[in-house]
Design a protein around this ligand. Structure first.
Ligand code: FPP
Length: 235
């Protein structure tokens, strides 16, 4: 499949793992485990099309309120994902990046995350960002706090504050805004994900549950994106 235009950055809200498991009378955790396979499949697809940025919402700042068992399982899955995938990431020049409040992670998970970031820092083919303990409102408020401190310290001037400078204070500093945001499972909302960065993103919603979303579904989303006419507020 050849595309006339492809997004430079795809961000995905991976939703529906619980429902996928429930439909099969399985515990929710099996949905998350299957969801990892979808992530791997999508990473391969994105690499094939030489798309340079992929961001996946793996754990929101609100997800800490889920039952402890499920939270623990998701943290274990994160560590396993890193451990198992690290050689693949390095071999394929994929830079692993994280956005979110990592301070809240258990020490063991945080160590695994920081180690993986360091080991993959020279990756030049794809930046794979996992949003973990991520909330967009928190991210924006943090940026406002840091900017205010810098104004107070006089390291920046009030007049310097523009959208470029603001972007540099977000967790996503250095990463271009997403061109395409995909949400699976039929829900059609942003759920506190990349609210500032999504200003001009094309939104693609599909009823497919995340564990069923594989490379072929990515291609369908890319075909849909290809047809969009992006005007960025212009005529
Ligand atoms: C949403 O489904 C999914 C999540 C909260 C977790 C997403 C996580 C993965 C795909 C695997 C973990 C990946 C890493 C790298 C840790 P849901 O549980 O809200 O599903 P539901 O809406 O059907 O209940």
């Amino acid at each position: 499949m050849i595309f006339k235009n492809l997004p430079g950055h795809i961000a995905i809200i991976m939703d529906g793992n619980g429902r996928w498991a429930k439909k099969r009378n399985l515990d929710r955790i099996y949905g998350h485990a299957e969801g990892i396979k979808s992530l791997k499949s999508v990473v391969k697809g994105v690499m094939y099309y030489k798309i340079k940025y992929l961001t996946a919402y793996a754990f929101s700042s609100e997800n800490w309120q889920r039952p402890e068992e499920e939270v623990d399982y998701l943290m274990d899955l994160l560590e396993q994902y890193i451990e198992i995938e690290l050689p693949y990431l390095i071999k394929n020049k994929i830079r692993l990046n994280f956005i979110g409040n990592l301070e809240k992670l258990p020490e063991k998970s945080k160590t695994a995350v920081l180690r993986a970031v360091d080991k993959t820092k020279n990756g030049s083919e794809l930046t794979l960002t996992l949003a973990i303990s991520y909330g967009s409102k928190e991210e924006i408020l943090n940026a406002v706090r840091k900017i205010s401190e810098d104004v107070k310290k006089k390291s920046i001037d009030l007049n310097d504050i523009n959208s470029q400078l603001f972007s540099n204070y977000l967790y996503t500093a250095g990463i271009p805004d997403p061109d395409l945001i995909i949400r699976t499972s039929g829900e059609e909302r942003m759920s506190n994900f990349m609210l500032y960065q999504a200003a001009y993103a094309e939104l693609y919603f599909t009823k497919t549950l995340w564990p069923d979303f594989r490379r072929k579904n990515l291609i369908i989303a890319l075909k849909n994106y290809e047809k969009r006419s992006r005007r960025f507020g212009k005529t």
